[in-house]
Design a binder for this molecule. Structure first.
Ligand code: HEM
Length: 497
């Protein structure tokens, strides 16, 4: 080795040592937690717990961690800390009792890139924009949905389209997922776009494909990694890149609908959510509370993302649980036959007289556990939760799996058991720990609509068909976890009753 090579080698070695030491010092300086900060599994320098999170079933891993570290613990991804809150009592304390401390959503590099940094839609906005947009969306759901009873009629009509599509499959095994997705998405389409789509419509199908992909990826480990290491992930290939391409395609479809609305907008007769939003923007010019066109696109995107996959997947789990429990399916059908019969369609007025069916739908939601974690929150100020100190700006995840399967709240948490919602006389009973829609000021704004959809679609399907699967096939209840929990692909028979 020449002397200058030796010099270079020594220099390189020193440089590497210096970088290593520097990173270590940065790590220990930034790692320092304040007194009483929630405990958690030990983390690797700079990477955090990235390798310990079970990527297939993260909600189960995170629920079990509470047995080790208690109901308030911390997980680190890179330098980013997220406090997980577990169990009905502690989740209620965070979401309801201390609602104002945890009402906002945190900054997310992924969301900022999807939403191009300006507007934040419904799900990710905060402060006065969120308050006004949430209020506006709820008013629209009431106007075009629930109060006039028109939505009940639309759901019944859509239910008929769904049943007709299933009748065509008579005698053959088929995948029910595309049909359920079509039916449920068409309800949001009627509220937002003012029209339904034919199930064979090419644009509709491409929208649904992008929605499914986005709903999965936004809640997957890829999204967590993007938020923890944005500078690195931006440059790496991988499934996270599809988050941005799918959302761009969806935004383009929504923009197309908005342009069509502008052509024949009639101020005296707004037809749907888009018309009302455009009128609000035109007349009141209150863009400081989010009434501008960029935000309209994002609000529509959020209504589709939050309102179609969730309800469709609940119905998918409903088919799976009732095929796996044929005696429960028969009991539901006997109750429907007794109360409604076979000749007329169900209405919401039937619900009171169908306590067993109502209990089964609730148990499907509990076991289906559609949103296994929750929407992420952030501490708005320094807060004490339980015995732990949570500094302002810390991300907080109130874990819904830990509530829906809380051993101290449910008699048989891991078994499909409609009796969880029935008293000794067979009457329906509400349960406090039933939180599939979350709780508090930021709970699901579509809960009312979702409940009507679930009841009418579910009762309509089981009134009309007996569902089974291929002989010898055991349907899995494990599921694929993203932002929502999706059943593995499955095939069913629908035999007319
Ligand atoms: C079975 C069906 C559904 C389930 C299980 C469900 C569940 C949830 C959950 C857990 C959240 C997060 C709440 C939080 O952060 O605390 C949420 C938020 C939301 N949901 Fe739903 N949802 C369903 C259906 C719907 C429907 C039909 C719509 C729309 C019409 C909708 C619109 C929304 C919106 C816009 C948010 C964000 C609320 C906000 O940040 O203020 N959801 N939903």
């Amino acid at each position: 080795m020449w002397w200058w090579e030796l010099f270079l080698w020594l220099d390189m070695r020193n440089m590497l040592l210096f970088i290593f030491a520097f990173l270590f010092v940065v790590y220990f300086l930034t790692k320092k937690d304040p007194p009483h900060f929630p405990p958690g599994p030990s983390a690797l320098p700079l990477l955090g717990n990235v390798f310990s999170i079970e990527s297939k079933q993260p909600h189960i891993y995170l629920t079990k961690l509470a047995d080790v570290y208690g109901n308030v613990f911390c997980i680190r991804l890179g330098r980013h800390k997220t406090v997980f809150v577990s169990g009905w009592k502690m989740v209620k304390e965070a979401l309801v009792t201390q609602a104002n401390n945890f009402v906002d959503r945190p900054y997310s590099p992924m969301v900022t890139r999807i939403y191009s940094g300006n507007s934040a839609g419904l799900f990710f906005s905060n402060g006065k924009v969120w308050r006004r947009q949430r209020q506006f969306a709820m008013a629209m759901l009431r106007t075009f949905g629930l109060t006039k009873g028109s939505m009940e009629q639309s759901i019944c009509d859509e239910s008929r389209h769904l049943q007709e599509a299933m009748e065509k499959e008579e005698g053959e095994p088929f995948d029910p997922v595309p049909l359920l997705n079509n039916a449920v998405a068409n309800i949001i389409c009627q509220i937002v776009f003012g029209r339904r789509f034919d199930y064979g419509d090419h644009n509709f199908q491409s929208m649904l494909k992008n929605l499914t992909e986005l709903a999965y990826l936004e809640g997957s480990i890829w999204a967590l990694l993007y938020d923890a290491f944005p500078a690195l992930m931006k440059r790496l290939p991988g499934p996270h890149n599809r988050i941005f391409s799918s959302s761009k395609s969806l935004e383009a479809s929504i923009r197309g609908e908005i342009e069509r609305h502008k052509l024949d907008l009639d101020p005296s007769n707004p037809r749907d959510y888009i018309d009302n939003f455009l009128l609000e923007e035109k007349h009141n010019r209150n863009s400081e509370v989010g009434f501008e066109e960029g935000n309209l696109v994002l609000c529509c995107l959020d209504l589709f993302l939050a309102g179609s996959e969730t309800t469709s997947k609940t119905l998918q789990w409903g088919l799976i649980y009732l095929i796996k429990n044929p005696h429960i399916q028969e009991k539901v059908q006997a109750e429907i036959d007794r109360v409604i019969g076979q000749t007329r369609q169900p209405t919401m007025a039937d619900k009171l007289n169908l306590p067993y069916t109502d209990a089964v739908i609730h148990e499907i939601q509990r076991m289906g556990n559609i949103v296994p974690l929750n929407g992420l929150r952030v501490a708005a100020r320094d807060t004490v939760l339980g015995r732990h100190f949570i500094p302002k700006g810390t991300s907080v995840m109130p874990n819904l799996t830990s509530v829906l399967f809380d051993k101290t709240e449910w008699e048989t948490p891991d078994t499909f058991n409609p009796s969880h919602f029935l008293d000794a006389e067979g009457r329906f009973v509400r349960r406090d720990a039933f939180l599939p829609f979350s709780a508090g000021k930021r709970a699901c704004l579509g809960e009312g609509l979702a409940r009507v959809e679930l009841f009418l679609f579910f009762v309509g399907l089981f009134q009309k068909f007996r569902f089974s699967t291929l002989d010898g096939v055991e349907l899995s209840t494990e599921g694929i976890t993203g932002a929502t929990r999706t059943p593995y692909p499955f095939q069913i028979y629908a035999s007319s009753r």
